[in-house]
Design a protein. Structure first.
Length: 811
């Protein structure tokens, strides 16, 4: 629960950052959200998590959420800029304005067991082009209000995949609609569509017939009737009736004004529907039914308009002699799955030449093909003959390649797939950046090993490689943990790296050094991964998307830094699947979720590392949301950063200088009382009560009239120690957070940072702290302390502070 809220809060900042500066979809990703976000171009890498979502790779940003039970909660993890969204889960009612936060949505899939949409549920989706309602179980009724789709002015495709629709619905279809799909539903009669969508055939506005590219009624197992005139006047491109009990001949009675393509695979259509073809002058026909068996010359005579014919699984044993000549426009012919033992498509004597360019004869009983078979097919470009009983002999073919001359023979090779190869041929013998194959043009390389390579193979030195997939490289005989840098070296243009079953264990910053362009990293089927803490430093250069799929993170303290980093990293979207667990502690019991477990057991290792380290760039990025809080402050911030940097450089030259102050005290106005009443007397007073130190307090010691930035920078440079006081009150005010940021970033920028001491005036949860980045690193163990509430603790507090500040002195 805590995790989810933190992620939500972090997101607002990231989205702001997004709109400000970067064109990156920035949100924190983590399995807690159940939502996977990706860019369209990376969809193929994670497509198996998108299940049967109708999303496509042309959409720039996509998200899929599973196990959705609370829509509001699920959508917290989805950036507003997504254009494709799929929601799967169990919600029965879609509330008003459910998705109005996503005005740019183009494709929406709802697999939610919906029974009802409240009025206005789809409000604000004026750009939506495709909408799908899916239902996991059949006989699940969906009740749509007649005006439910009114807001969808751009809707082109409407899909009902599963739910049954009430006959009385009278749903009004948007005029922009081009494609209507009602599959796996309860239709028994095509005429029911007339009741469900009264304006399907006739547009309500012009009164004219409507034009639709596709009407797909497949997989309505009970569909067997077509009331005459059910689709009277509709101008239709393609009608799909596959897997129904319809006969193609019944299509004639529907009253369609126009039809180009008809598909009646796996229906009761028992012969070539010649009359239907002729009536509409169909260009495409797909038909398949064992009972067809034979095609008569008479039927064929009606089919001259066909450009594409699929006659699959029709039980055909022969073809009429002038089969092709009867269909002079035919370009694509699929006769797969019949029982043709020989085919005679061409007649010697006629001199007829067919325009056919694709011929599929797979899955027949073909025994032989004579050259004459193809004599009239001079345009043929594609011939499929798999699963026949042909014996094929290719004379004069034979290719034997030595590793050394791959580059000579294929100097312009762009894509290469190596299967089952023992990789010695590919890899250099040592770890140098020399790659045996000089393939300067290679852009895509896929290697699938056979588990017999004892050494991992390092792919390196390919200057133009953009995509690399390494699969099944683990040495089966004696698997050993592999580091990323053993697999990839210098690949400066690499954008996508996919590793599956490589035995990879450790991911450290060093491995990313040669991968400056990496955008996506996918780790698939890897076990016990350890992500080195040094990767935090690398944050800005880390790939934008990291997907850890069907893999496990090791239950080790070395991974403990990850959770806060996932929550906070503004640049990298990370998705880990499945939920990660630590083994049950001795004595059985159930397993523990990884991160709470690590946080509880790795306190020592974590300490203030929780606040995360990173470099100045990251700091700058994260500071930007403050723009809202303090206008133009980032200019101040940059100024101060540079100043401190230069002062630091100057300071380097005259080391051993005398400091003006002993301690610079950074605090916020809210905590001034404590500083004046408690801290000042204890430190500035003369011993034995005080320490006799010279404190620099901003409100007291800053030079009046001098620029604040100059003041802060100068004062900090004039004090060897900086003491920071923090409280809830202070952290809640933007101004204070800004001051703290300023102070800490100045600290970071200095080449020789001063000693830093941190005092928490009350226990502060790490969620409340702004991220101090490297601050944590500057703090040595024990450089921070909590001001005790009770008096008895105070002595030890002062003792701690004195110990840190050094000997008392008085001038
Ligand atoms: C759904 O989640 C939101 C935000 O997390 C919460 O405010 C709301 O109460 C939840 N609704 C239900 C029905 O649990
Ligand atoms: C549909 O309409 C008919 C006739 O108007 C009515 O008898 C039937 O109850 C209605 N069904 C539903 C589910 O509203
Ligand atoms: C050819 O037919 C086979 C068997 O039905 C099918 O698997 C294959 O996809 C078809 N190929 C083309 C290009 O249509
Ligand atoms: C077609 O020509 C071949 C040889 O050119 C011949 O063997 C065959 O009998 C001819 N077939 C027909 C149907 O004329
Ligand atoms: C490939 O290399 C081998 C050895 O270097 C050489 O004998 C052979 O002729 C080369 N083959 C081609 C096709 O270049």
């Amino acid at each position: 629960m805590q995790l989810a809220t933190a992620a939500g809060a972090g997101m607002a900042g990231h989205l702001l950052l997004h709109s400000l500066l970067l064109s990156l979809p920035l949100i924190a990703g983590w399995t807690a959200s159940n939502c996977l976000v990706t860019e369209g171009s990376w969809l193929p890498l994670v497509s198996r998590f998108f299940l049967n979502c109708p999303l496509n790779s042309r959409l720039p940003l996509l998200a899929v959420c599973t196990k959705v039970t609370n829509l509001t909660q699920a959508l917290e993890a989805v950036p507003q800029s997504v254009e494709g969204l799929c929601l799967a889960g169990s919600i029965s009612v879609l509330p008003q304005d459910a998705l109005s936060n996503y005005p740019g949505l183009k494709v929406l899939g709802l697999n939610l067991r919906l029974t009802r949409l409240l009025p206005g549920a789809l409000r604000g989706l004026g750009q939506l082009q495709e909408l799908s309602f899916m239902a996991p179980q059949s006989k699940n009724y969906l009740f749509l209000h007649p005006n439910a789709l009114d807001d969808l002015r751009s809707l082109q495709k409407l899909n009902f995949l599963g739910p049954c629709l009430d006959r009385n619905s009278s749903i009004q279809l948007p005029t922009s609609l081009r494609q209507l799909v009602v599959r796996y539903s309860c239709l028994q009669d095509v005429g029911e569509l007339d009741d469900i969508f009264p304006d399907l055939a006739h547009s309500p506005f012009s009164g004219d017939a409507r034009t639709l590219d596709v009407l797909d009624l497949s997989f309505n197992w009970q569909l067997k009737m077509a009331s005459p005139g059910a689709l009277q006047g509709l101008r239709l491109g393609t009608l799909h009736l596959d897997h129904t009990k319809m006969d193609a001949a019944a299509v004639l009675s529907l009253g369609l004004q126009k039809l180009k393509s008809l598909s009646v695979l796996f229906t009761v259509t028992a012969e070539l529907p010649a009359e239907t073809v002729a009536h509409f002058e169909l260009q495409e026909l797909q038909v398949g039914n064992k009972q067809i068996g034979h095609i008569t010359l008479e039927a064929l005579a009606f089919c001259h308009s066909l450009q594409s014919l699929v006659l699959q699984n029709g039980g055909l044993t022969d073809l009429p002699p002038n089969f092709l000549a009867a269909m002079p426009r035919l370009q694509r012919l699929n006769l797969a799955g019949n029982q043709l033992q020989r085919v005679r498509l061409c007649m010697n004597e006629t001199g007829f030449v067919s325009g056919l360019w694709t011929l599929n004869l797979s899955d027949n009983g073909l025994l032989a093909l004579s050259p004459a078979t193809f004599s009239c097919l001079s345009h043929l470009r594609e011939l499929l003959l798999q699963r026949n009983q042909l014996t094929l002999t290719l004379d004069g073919w034979g290719l034997h390649l030595e590793t050394q001359n791959i580059s000579e023979i294929f100097p312009a090779l762009r894509q290469l797939t190596l299967l089952g190869s023992s990789l010695e041929a590919l890899c250099s013998q040592d770890t140098s950046s020399f790659f045996l194959w000089q393939l300067p043009g290679l852009q895509s390389l896929k290697v699938r090993g056979d588990g017999h390579s004892p050494r991992p193979c390092c792919i390196t030195g390919l200057p133009n490689l953009q995509e690399l997939k390494l699969d099944a490289l683990k040495y089966r005989a004696r698997p050993r943990p592999v580091q990323l840098q053993e697999l990839v070296g210098e690949l400066p243009r690499l954008r996508v790296l996919q590793l599956a079953r490589t035995g990879l264990e450790t991911l450290s910053a060093a491995a990313f050094q040669g991968l400056g362009s990496l955008q996506v990293l996918v780790l698939d089927w890897e076990k016990g991964l350890v992500l080195d803490g040094g990767l935090q430093e690398l944050s800005p250069q880390m790939p934008q998307y990291v997907y850890i799929l069907t893999s496990s993170l090791a239950c080790q303290c070395a991974n403990a830094w990850l959770e806060p980093w996932f929550e906070g990293s503004p640049r990298t979207y990370m998705w880990v699947q499945p939920p990660q667990l630590c083994p049950a502690e001795s004595g059985g019991g159930s397993k523990h979720p990884l991160f709470p477990f690590l946080l509880n057991h790795c306190q020592e290792a974590l300490e203030l590392e929780l606040f995360l380290g990173s470099c100045a760039l990251l700091l700058l990025l994260i500071s930007l949301p403050l723009l809202q809080e303090a206008r133009n402050s980032w200019v101040l911030y940059l100024q101060a950063l540079l100043r401190a940097w230069f002062q630091g450089l100057r300071g380097q030259k005259n080391e051993g200088k005398n400091f003006l102050y002993d301690v610079f005290v950074s605090h916020c106005r809210q905590d001034q009382g404590w500083v004046v009443q408690e801290l000042l007397p204890a430190l500035e007073g003369c011993p034995p009560e005080g320490q006799g130190l010279r404190l620099c307090l901003p409100e007291r010691d800053f030079e009046p009239g001098k620029d604040v930035v100059d003041n802060v920078a100068d004062s900090m440079a004039s004090s060897p120690i900086t003491l920071c006081a923090l409280s809830h009150r202070a952290l809640r005010t933007p101004r204070c957070r800004l001051e703290l940021r300023l102070a800490t970033s100045l600290l970071l920028a200095a080449p020789h940072p001063p000693v830093l001491l941190l005092i928490f005036l009350e226990p502060v949860s790490r969620h409340q702290l702004p991220r101090y980045h490297r601050l944590a690193r500057l703090l040595r163990r024990g450089d921070y302390c909590v001001w005790p509430k009770e008096d008895e603790g105070k002595d030890s507090f002062w003792a701690w502070l004195r110990g840190r500040l050094g000997q008392p002195r008085c001038r």
